[in-house]
Design a protein around this ligand. Structure first.
Ligand SMILES: *Cc1c(COP(=O)(O)O)cnc(C)c1O
Length: 387
């Protein structure tokens, strides 16, 4: 079919042409005397995106999953207790990783669609009188269910319990899109990846650690080599990397940071909120519900529930085969029950109207009892009348 394949999965996201052009470069020597001129400012500017002045930013040739592993293995000792709430595929995988790496993982189950219950967290930390829990693992934006948790409130709960555990936050689908404040929220490890809010290809784990986490790194006995922050620190100090970096990725990241900082983070957050809100109006107009419970709705991805007699996979497959639209599928527990619309990264009103119209056609094709044009009409009205 002529025309483009339209990408609306919540990662990888669409790459702006300016970033693609910036990545189209000759290879160069990463040990040259000029390489630090590229590399050092990347670390400085990354800190602005994480909103940390006291932390350290790092760039690993890896993905977000490695970011979890970097946090765990650099700061904890084998057998250390960590606490995680599981309410979606990504919090599930992080918990599984922590188990496999030999940590003592306290997993608290929550219904998929909910986020971190901060009162429960405060109680559990209070009950942990001997401070055996060494880290709280928080999934800021659960991409599988379209749920955003309140990390500021997580910090408040930890402080109220006077608990010294470190706070590690999976911000893979929130950082560079949703309000994120590493210093203000007392985050010890912030984890992201290149292919979501940063609008780059997958292939860079972008992370930042607090002084407290880096102190723990000096004595942690967990085994690590490729992911050792100490090697990064030693090389990064002079503007180099311990092993070969992806040169196009670094030039792409340069452009991505320029675009984000030029727009201003507050504007980036507001843009995501607005595009998400128009999408939610369309979903409501179809009479469909979000997987996210009220108050947890994500501004980077909407997971839409289908009625019990329908299979969300049919909607996704019609959208892909007939309308050239890639939607996100339901992962594990919600497979067949939800389809996901990513509204993260390089998108605007008309790109969202495109996916809303395409989904509407796919819903009608699959016998959903919706009013033709209802979702599009609701979104048009919202986008047209809000700045
Ligand atoms: C995408 C994603 C990950 C995994 O990142 P990879 O880059 O695929 O390793 C982890 N956590 C969340 C919340 C994500 O959205």
């Amino acid at each position: 079919m002529a025309g483009r394949q339209h990408l609306y999965v919540p990662g990888p996201t669409n790459i702006p042409t300016a970033i693609m052009n910036a990545m189209h470069v000759d290879m160069e020597d990463h040990r040259s005397p000029v390489f630090p001129k590229l590399f050092k400012p990347l670390l400085t500017d990354l800190k602005k995106i994480f909103r940390t002045e006291t932390g350290h930013a790092f760039i690993f040739p890896a993905t977000g999953t490695a970011g979890w592993e970097i946090a765990l293995t650099n700061t904890l000792n084998p057998g250390d207790k960590v606490l995680i709430y599981r309410f979606g595929q990504f919090s599930h995988l992080w918990a599984e990783m922590a188990k496999r790496l030999g940590f003592d993982v306290i997993i608290i189950e929550r219904p998929w669609g909910e986020g971190i219950p901060v009162d429960d967290l405060q109680n559990r930390l209070r009950e942990d009188r001997n401070h055996e829990i060494k880290a709280v693992l928080a999934t800021h934006n659960e991409t599988a269910t379209g749920v955003t948790s309140d990390i500021g409130a997580v910090r408040t709960a930890m402080d109220a319990a006077r608990h010294p555990a470190m706070l590690f936050v999976d911000g893979v689908s929130s950082i560079a899109s949703l309000d994120f404040r590493m210093d203000e929220w007392g985050i010890d490890g912030a984890i992201s990846g290149s292919q979501k809010g940063f609008m780059l290809p997958a292939g860079a784990a972008l992370v930042a650690f607090s002084e407290k986490a880096l102190k723990a790194c000096e004595t942690s006995t967990s085994r690590r080599y490729f992911l050792d922050l100490r090697d990064q620190l030693a090389s990064n100090k002079d503007g180099y990397t311990p092993y070969t970096p992806s040169i196009p990725m670094l030039y792409g990241l340069r452009k991505s940071l320029d675009l984000l900082l030029e727009e201003g983070l507050e504007n980036v957050y507001a843009r995501h909120h607005r595009l998400a809100e128009g999408t939610r109006r369309a979903i409501a107009a179809w009479g469909l519900k979000l997987c996210a419970q009220p108050g947890f709705e994500s501004d980077t991805v909407s997971a839409v529930m289908v009625p019990e007699d329908k299979d969300a996979r049919d909607v996704i497959s019609t959208a892909f085969n007939k309308y050239n639209i890639s939607l996100g599928g339901g992962l594990s527990e919600v497979a067949g029950k939800v389809f996901r619309i990513g509204h993260m990264g390089d998108l605007n009103d008309v790109s969202l109207l495109g996916v809303i119209a395409g989904v509407e056609m796919a819903l009608l094709d699959n016998g959903f009892a919706i009013q033709p044009g209802s979702g599009v009409a609701a979104a048009i009205e919202y986008y047209r009348t809000t700045a």
